[in-house]
Write a new protein. Structure first.
Lengths: 813, 338
């Protein structure tokens, strides 16, 4: 791609509505729960009422005898094989056979004529339970090694325990003018997608299985089903139905998906299941509650000399993505600021609660909260402006971090400058305003996030994303890609990219997503990888198609292919608009010359991960950066917080569609406000306290501030037309910026989220009585430290601007 | 999704038909007007009526009649959005219009009725849960069990009165008309409520609340403040309704009623008495707010912590009094954003 072409975009950069916007708005989109097939049965799961219990016996006779019931299955009706999304944590059963580890574990499944009958049948299944002591907190789990939730892991009830050290932290602290030690707690929260999980399975008369599911990872579900059902993968087709919001909650293979497949096999009918909202709270895989201790050394000018972070993650009952989550609480923090020395220790503890996993920002909002609030405290002690202090220490582009991450472009400095200017930060900060009981404050924070995980969850040398483009004689182009549109707009983005390269309208591109029989593999909609990885594959496929078309058109027009451009639905000579053919005609010439015009594109991330154990974690082709400022007021009498304005600048590399990017930023701000102010995944008497959308408090439109989004473009060489991620990073500054603004407003530190009115009043009371005016964790769990893996710090080492990417070598030629 | 249990729906066209249907089916029957609270509760099996007697087809139940001079009568079937938007009510009985306008969300106010909100079931976060959840925890005495999970030693149920309009109507000295098989009666609305989370209404199963009668406005000022987590959707976890009549700047009549801190709307009588004959000075307001917080005895069975709800009672009563006295109401003012 030439430089001139790169900057003369016709589709890229346009604020176009999503291709499926009207279908979504009018209700035309068919989600999994909208599917109705002939003879379809309806399924329900019987879930455990106990947080921890042995199953002595399950008697399904009464349920089977109920009229309208087609089949009842238990774990005995499935192959005895455990599964889990990560190869190292194969600890789940679709239907538990011997033991349940949380309220909500599935133990039996019913298929019946309708949902009411299936529900009634579940209540007729008799289970003989032997309750076991339930471990409902990390402290309890560590205090009771004699009660084991799982037999595997890095110690009794310790799922994963990691320790990495890059450089000498003690020496770094000795060099510092100020060393702060702080503890923080970040409460767990759930994704709360509008669409509750649903799936339809059809084990066809041909002996092949099709599963339509609201999943973010059809490929991993495909692989899992083959293993769990002991059926050749070649006879399984997984289709990701349009997903009504994922946020990480639909990234694992789930009991309900497996159950409907088996029920369909047994009944010879299509079987549908749609979870209730309460069940979604049990399926969970949400934000880990994390307790944190962070020690950082600062110079007088605000340089960081070194940082030591310890995290304890409350993992819940199963592994899920927990090993990755554990690393992510440590490895991404160093990407934003110059941090020459770094040590990280993280431990994930099993408890008898719904399993935590990847929620938007996966493992990184918690340590980001700790770091950004600590920097705010340090800035005050050092007499520095919190924005200026950060501005001085942003990482250099094309360098490595202490823990060997390669930062390519970074627009963090520009992000800081832009929000400082747009919000009139200095003015707001200098003159805090009050009206009656309401005190006004502003807070600042930054963040960094990965644009796609550098490695797949199972080791392989194949592409992470694939695209097949087929040009039709009508001028339409079919784009086949395994990516799943979870509302982020990946279908639209793929169409924009292909349209840009081919010079046609996005409407002429027909995107066929996420069907394991038809589409090349994409690993899934997680880790902010789709725009970059599928996008690069789509561009490659489109360039190959365009090359074939240029060859044919060049012959017809008797010009060299290098003289041609594809623009405005035509292929022709760049500076002679008369010498051009309509795209459809170019396709006909191309097909006549080459045969069927179908071209693949493939993408795998650059190979530059460090070789130490754990060195792949946090590695990403490039990182996005954000800076946020929150203006809020705190009611000193009621403790209530009103967020008035949020300014957020996000380095997105390039905004392929600014409308979609702004949507992602605004959605992130919304989710961040919920986590900062009210969302809590809390348990009482072993049960989730608030498993409904009424009682689990998440903000409404009325709690939303004015959001001022600023997009910063850095044109990253790793991204499609320079683009980086936008779906997760902008969430991260919100929580610490709110905590810092609360301190600015009323002078109390709430070192944990959610920052509730009750905590504000407690801290204010404490302060009035001469106390520190702080609410936060007071003690840390007892867990013997693990000997760290000591690796030399790579801080400041130069990184190559462009490295070789597998499958994309021809593009460098 | 959660499904409704099977039931028979009786679409009553007259009050007589409705009362007859209630009498015929006894304990198996329940009334339904807007259904915004009843149907979700049925899905969770908090109610399992075999017969629902629908009131929506009874024309005489809806509408607002009268005037502030002679008193206003609201048909129980009048929707909450109608009550909230009614000019006469908003002007002369602002506590009621405000309370009605703060119930749940716009969609639910368009369906929900004033009668339904007055009679709405008491709530408790051990009770407003699905059948499976309640079974897992061992059920409670309000439905299917025999203990109180929030106060295990208790012989009574502590579920919380969660109506916004009830405390407002008590503060306005409203009356309710009830029609039953034996005729009709009109009682002060405070007499409709019992201090029991289960039998929270002092009416027979066959009686239907048909009208809410507001007395002449007679220079009474009123206001309602609601505590909840979010600006919409949530039930109150504290409601403060204050009505007062001032002559000059001296208080001659006062009613302070607390919602969502007991199983019924709770009058703060000592605080009311302390206002009479006084001016609304900061000192008087502080004293009265302290007294009013006394009867606020929330338990740990709603959103927010109960000590916090108690603390805010004092703040809200003070703010309500400041609003009534025309003083700066503190945190309620909307601030100019720079």
């Amino acid at each position: 791609m030439s430089a001139g072409e790169k900057h003369g975009f016709s589709v890229i950069g346009q604020p176009l509505p999503k291709l499926d916007a009207w279908a979504k708005v009018t209700g035309e989109t068919r989600y999994a729960d909208d599917m109705v097939l002939p003879r379809m049965a309806h399924a329900k799961l019987l879930r455990s009422p106990h947080a921890h219990a042995l199953i002595r016996r399950i008697d399904t006779a009464r349920a089977r005898a109920l009229p309208g019931v087609y089949a009842v299955i238990t774990g005995a009706d499935l192959p005895r094989v455990k599964f889990g999304i990560l190869p190292v944590s194969q600890d789940e059963e679709a239907l538990c056979t011997e033991r349940v580890r949380m309220v909500g574990d599935a133990v039996a499944a019913v298929a019946a004529v309708d949902e009411e009958t299936a529900e009634q049948a579940c209540r007729l299944i008799d289970v003989d339970w032997e309750p076991l002591p339930a471990l409902m907190s990390m402290e309890e789990s560590l205090a009771h090694p004699e009660i084991r939730i799982h037999e595997y892991g890095d110690g009794p009830n310790v799922h994963k325990h990691v320790a990495l050290q890059f450089g000498d932290v003690d020496a770094a602290f000795a060099r510092a003018d100020l060393v702060r030690e702080d503890t923080f707690y970040y409460e767990g929260s759930t994704h709360l997608p509008m669409e509750q999980h649903a799936a339809v399975a059809q084990w066809g008369a041909d002996g092949k299985l099709t599963l339509w599911s609201s999943t973010q990872t059809p490929h991993y579900v495909h692989r899992s089903l083959a293993k769990i059902l002991a059926v050749p993968g070649a006879h399984i087709r997984v289709v990701a139905a349009p997903v009504g919001g994922g946020f990480g909650g639909k990234l694992d293979p789930f009991a309900h998906e497996i159950a409907v497949c088996q029920l369909s096999r047994l009944t010879g009918r299509p079987v549908k299941i749609a979870l209730t909202r309460e069940e979604v709270f049990y399926v969970h895989r949400g934000r880990h509650p994390v307790l944190m201790w962070i020690k950082t050394g600062f110079t007088k000018r605000g340089d960081i000399t070194g940082c030591h972070l310890k995290t304890w993650l409350d993992g819940g009952a199963y592994g899920s993505y927990g090993v990755a989550s554990t690393f992510y609480t440590g490895v991404v923090n160093p990407a934003s600021y110059k941090m020459p020395v770094y040590k990280f220790e993280g431990a994930r503890i099993f408890t008898n609660k719904p399993p935590c996993g990847p929620k938007r920002g996966h493992g990184t909002p918690q340590p980001r909260f700790a770091l950004e609030v600590q920097i705010d405290k340090a800035a005050e002690e050092l007499g520095l402006d919190p924005a200026d202090m950060r501005r001085r220490i942003v990482t250099e582009p094309f360098t490595k971090t202490a823990n060997h991450l390669t930062v390519t472009t970074t627009g963090l400095a520009e992000c800081i400058d832009r929000v400082v200017e747009a919000s009139r930060w200095r003015e707001r900060r200098a003159r805090p305003r009050a009206r009656g009981a309401r005190k006004r404050g502003v807070g600042f924070a930054c963040s960094a996030y990965m644009t796609g995980a550098g490695t797949a969850i199972y080791w392989n040398a194949m592409p992470h994303s694939g695209v097949v483009l087929r040009a039709d004689r009508s001028g339409a182009v079919a784009l086949l890609c395994g990516a799943t549109d979870i509302g982020q707009g990946s279908d639209s983005t793929l169409a924009y990219l292909a349209a840009e390269v081919l010079g046609i309208a996005p409407k002429d591109v027909h995107v066929h997503p996420a069907d394991t029989t038809l589409t090349p593999v994409d690993l899934g909609s997680y880790s902010s990888r789709v725009t970059l990885m599928c996008g690069m594959a789509a561009i490659q496929a489109a360039e190959r198609l365009r090359g074939a078309l240029f060859e044919a058109v060049a012959k017809k027009l008797e010009v060299p292919p290098g003289a041609l451009v594809a623009r405005d639905g035509k292929i022709g000579v760049a500076d002679d608009r008369e010498k051009a053919l309509p795209f459809a005609q170019a396709v006909e010439l191309g097909e006549a010359m080459h045969g069927v015009l179908a071209f693949p594109g493939s993408y795998a991330p650059p190979k530059r991960a460090a070789t130490f154990r754990g060195g792949t974690m946090g590695q990403s082709p490039c990182y996005s950066f954000s800076a946020g400022i929150v203006d809020l007021s705190v009611d000193e009498e009621t403790g209530e917080i009103a967020v008035h304005d949020v300014w957020i600048a996000h380095d997105v590399g390039r905004a392929l569609n600014p409308l979609l990017v702004e949507g992602q930023v605004e959605g992130s701000v919304y989710m961040g406000i919920g986590e900062a102010l009210m969302e809590e995944q809390v348990f009482r008497k072993n049960l989730h306290k608030t498993p409904s959308m009424l009682d689990y408090k998440s903000p409404t439109a009325l709690e939303m501030p004015e959001i001022h989004t600023i997009l910063v473009e850095t044109d990253d060489p790793e991204g499609p037309f320079g683009a980086k991620e936008a779906g997760q990073g902008p969430l991260l500054p919100i929580m610490p910026a709110i905590a810092n603004a609360v301190y600015h407003a009323v002078g109390v530190r709430i070192d944990e989220v959610p920052i509730t009115p009750d905590k504000i009043l407690r801290a204010l009371d404490q302060k009035r009585r001469g106390g520190p005016g702080r609410v936060g964790p007071e003690k840390l769990p007892l867990l013997a430290p693990r000997e760290p893996l000591v690796v030399e710090s790579a801080f400041g080492q130069p990184a190559a601007a462009v490295v070789v990417r597998p499958f994309q070598t021809e593009r460098l030629a | 999704m959660m499904r409704l249990p099977p039931f028979t729906y009786v679409a009553a066209r007259t009050l007589a038909e409705a009362t007859a249907a209630l009498a015929e089916h006894g304990h198996a029957a329940m009334l339904v007007a807007g259904g915004t609270d009843l149907y979700p509760n049925m899905k969770r099996r908090q109610f399992e009526p075999r017969v629902l007697v629908g009131l929506r087809g009874i024309r005489e139940l809806s509408g607002v009649r009268g005037s502030a001079r002679e008193g206003v009568t609201l048909g129980a079937g009048t929707t909450l959005s109608t009550v909230a938007a009614h000019r006469e009510i908003a002007t002369h009985y602002p506590a009621l219009a405000t309370a009605a306008g703060l119930v749940s969300s716009p969609q639910l106010r368009a369906m929900g009725t004033i009668g339904g909100n007055v009679c709405v079931d008491t709530r408790c976060n051990y009770y407003n849960q699905s059948f499976e959840w309640r079974r897992a925890i061992g059920f409670c005495m309000k439905k299917d069990g025999d203990t109180c999970l929030v106060a295990p030693g208790s012989t009574r149920c502590w579920a919380v009165s969660s109506s916004d309009t009830a405390p407002a109507l008590v503060s306005l000295d409203a009356r309710v008309r009830l029609v039953g098989p034996g005729g009709e009666r009109t009682v002060p609305i405070a007499a409709l409520y019992r201090d029991d989370g289960i039998e929270h209404l002092a009416k027979t199963r066959e009686e239907i609340v048909t009208d809410i009668l507001l007395p002449p406005a007679d220079e009474w000022r009123s206001t309602y403040l609601k505590l909840r987590r979010r600006g919409s959707f949530d039930f109150p976890v504290l409601g403060v309704a204050v009505a007062a009549r001032l002559e000059g700047d001296v208080v001659r009549g006062a009613r302070i009623v607390l919602g969502a801190v007991a199983s019924l709307p709770r009058s703060a009588e000592r605080a009311e008495a302390a206002l009479i004959g006084r001016r609304l000075t900061p000192e008087v307001i502080a004293t009265v707010a302290d007294l009013a917080a006394g009867p606020s005895k929330p338990l740990d069975n709603t959103d927010f912590t109960h000590p916090y709800r108690k603390k805010v009672t004092r703040v809200f009563v003070a703010r309500a009094l400041r609003a009534i006295g025309g003083l700066d109401a503190g945190g309620s003012a909307v601030e100019e954003v720079a």
